[in-house]
Design a protein around this ligand. Structure first.
Ligand SMILES: [Zn+2]
Length: 394
């Protein structure tokens, strides 16, 4: 076995309880062997690294590795071919990992792109995070994301689409329950796949042990997905009191994708986005913040996901989503970290997100404590995935 890695920390956020000060984490193989105080004897020959602060690797529960944050999403799929997007997909995965994202759920790509990248990374052929892949998203004919989706209409067709996507190797299923911002002509507030269609598809997926996520911005579509038994609401921006009550009743995760809206609104009219994208994002932005704060205050569970790939929302900038959970939703630094590590891992069904003896070693060394300034996450000095150093700042 290779020599152990010992990381001496000033502060440790292990997601188990109160943060610890001045100790050491020892990693052997792919797992954490021990967590102790600064006097703990280290294994012979251990490589020793210093960290101001140590946190679990970040988990982005909503990303599209095929896209790179281009201003005009639909145009990307007209002007590039599948091979070009496959290379971009690999590059985005590598850069996300180097920036501290050790696991990603890809919620929709063309064909088997994200599934194949998952396998290439898993086999050690390419660097990147662990990937949980939804394969192709399921939408109604002409629905949001139709240009990269599997279009399906009626309960049996939706069931068949789930079977196809499972057969192609997907881990989970993504349904489009409402319109969206980036698709021309799709109105975010309007329902798309019906409750009946969602119920059929979710039932089929659950039969095979696959979890389900719903793209749902509009009030009605959010409630359709919740009543149909969805495992996570993605975006959830126009959720109302009844939707909040349903999310609580079903213990459904909400993945707020704050960066997706924020990056569009902040980029503004001169940034090269289609006019309809900026208009729709602006219409949603203010209401989204109010509704999501209400959901959080009511006790809805939040998991972290940025929708990386949307305009100016980069795979390597997931730290921005964590920061927005603090600035927009009012979470403390520790709560935002918990949502984007433990809760995301729980939603994805991954045994990750905590730093404890026996756990898989996914962690980030930072220069300073996130409780002083969450922006410490922007520049990790060391990224460890499954016990191996994936990035070290020189
Ligand atoms: Zn998305």
């Amino acid at each position: 076995m290779a020599n152990a890695l010992a990381i001496r920390f000033g502060k440790l956020h292990d997601n188990l309880g109160e943060p610890r000060s001045n100790g050491v984490v020892v990693i052997e193989g792919e797992r954490i062997a021990a967590v102790g105080d600064s006097e703990m004897p280290l294994p012979e020959g251990a490589r020793v690294v210093e960290a101001g602060c140590l946190v679990p690797g970040l988990i982005n529960a909503h990303a599209h590795l095929e896209g790179s944050g281009e201003p005009n999403t639909m145009r990307v799929f007209v002007e590039t071919n599948a091979t070009q997007r496959a290379y971009a997909c690999a590059e985005n995965a590598r850069r996300a990992l180097e920036a501290g994202v050790t696991s990603v759920r890809d919620l929709g790509a063309t064909g088997t792109l994200a599934i194949d990248l998952r396998d290439a990374i898993g086999a050690g052929k390419l660097p990147g995070p662990n990937i949980v892949a939804a394969g192709t998203a399921i939408c109604m004919t002409g629905g949001h994301g139709w240009f990269i989706g599997r279009q399906a209409d009626g309960p049996w067709d939706v069931r068949k689409a789930v079977r196809e996507i499972r057969h192609a190797g997907a881990d989970c299923i993504k349904f489009i329950a409402t319109g969206g911002v980036l698709t021309k002509g799709a109105v975010p507030g309007i329902e798309q796949l019906s409750e009946e269609e969602l119920r059929a598809g979710i039932g089929e997926a659950h039969t095979h042990g696959m979890r389900c996520a719903a793209h749902a911005i509009g009030t009605g579509g959010i409630k359709n997905a919740l009543r149909a038994g969805i495992d996570s609401i993605e975006h959830g921006h126009l959720i109302d009191a009844e939707g909040i009550a349903l999310a609580l009743e079903h213990e459904t995760y909400l993945v707020p994708t704050l960066a997706a809206i924020r990056c569009i609104v902040d980029a503004g009219p001169e940034a090269g986005m289609p006019d309809f994208v900026l208009r729709k994002a602006r219409e949603i932005a203010e209401q989204a913040e109010i509704n999501l704060r209400a959901a959080r205050a009511a006790g809805v569970k939040f998991a972290g996901g940025s929708d990386a790939a949307t305009p100016f929302n980069y795979h390597y900038a997931y730290y921005y989503e964590v920061e927005l959970m603090q600035t927009m939703l009012g979470m403390s630094a520790r709560e935002a970290l918990y949502a984007t590590t433990v809760n995301s891992a729980d939603l994805l069904g991954l045994p990750r997100g905590r730093i404890a003896p026996g756990a898989v070693a996914d962690l980030l060394a930072l220069e300073s404590d996130i409780e002083t300034d969450l922006r410490a996450l922007r520049t990790p000095t060391l990224v460890v995935k499954s016990g191996a150093i994936a990035f070290q700042r020189s």
